[in-house]
Unconditional design. Structure first.
Length: 261
């Protein structure tokens, strides 16, 4: 049906075959491609083991933090001995690890060839399938109107919902085949998570977020500054043993309870 007045939006009645041969095939193909991408990404994923030096640095820092937080459960002599184990200026754990880090010349994560290969694999499995699906939709379903949004929208949504269709008289609520592809690309995230699990390799947004975080956090960690800060924190701990004078406190509480009011 079309309006008799010039300039008014055109209303359409879609054929059922568009639903069966355009709408559903796009969703079905994109879901299959997501499954294939997930399995291919798992096959291309490299099995990397953590380096002994980095593990030693993290564990040393973690042990010192636990000692500082839980110092109250240790007797004073035990706490002082453990603090000396970390903070001794000649043979402390912090001193030895700092020397090892200074002599090893740690590589910048962005310059690690394995990291670059992993990023390349992720980009290939993300970009190539999407380009192929976009070309397939543009070639076989160009100009199709697939679905109608069940609520009114402003004209600002025309460019997003009607890609590939240059028809001003068409209502904004109608969605073209190419725009339906983009909507399905993000709309299938929930279904992919249910079928493939959370954090699956077919989630483009998560992959882009990981790459952005990796680029932002690619700067080398200054282990020496972290150890210096933790060494100072350990020196500033005012040790108080939790069960110090426990007998006196227990007797006082017992006496207070036994005293008649």
């Amino acid at each position: 049906k079309s309006s008799s007045r010039k300039g008014m939006a055109i209303d359409l009645v879609l054929d059922d075959k568009i639903r069966d041969w355009v709408l559903f095939p796009i969703v079905f193909v994109m879901f299959l491609v997501a499954i294939v991408r997930h399995n291919v990404s798992l096959m291309l994923q490299s099995d990397r083991r953590a380096e002994l030096k980095s593990v030693t640095e993290r564990q040393t820092l973690l042990r010192a933090q636990r000692l500082r937080v839980n110092s109250r459960v240790l007797p004073e002599q035990a706490f002082l001995a453990k603090r000396a184990f970390f903070n001794d200026p000649q043979s402390g754990a912090f001193r030895e690890t700092e020397n090892a880090s200074a002599n090893s010349g740690a590589m910048n994560p962005m310059m690690d060839p394995m990291n670059m290969v992993d990023m390349l694999k992720g980009n290939i499995t993300m970009v190539v399938p999407q380009l192929m699906i976009m070309a397939w939709v543009s070639h076989f379903f160009s100009g199709f109107v697939t679905v109608k949004i069940p609520f009114p929208l402003t004209l600002a949504f025309r460019g997003m919902l009607q890609r590939g269709i240059e028809l001003d008289a068409l209502q904004v609520t109608w969605v073209s085949s190419l725009s339906w592809y983009f909507l399905t690309l993000f709309g299938l995230r929930g279904i992919n998570s249910l079928v493939l699990g959370e954090g699956n390799a077919a989630d483009d947004t998560q992959l882009m977020q990981q790459q952005m975080q990796g680029g932002a956090g690619a700067a080398m960690v200054d282990v020496k500054k972290q150890y210096q800060s933790e060494r100072e924190n350990l020196e500033l701990v005012d040790h108080k043993w939790t069960i110090h004078d426990a007998e006196s406190r227990l007797l006082r509480s017992t006496t207070t309870t036994a005293t008649p009011s």
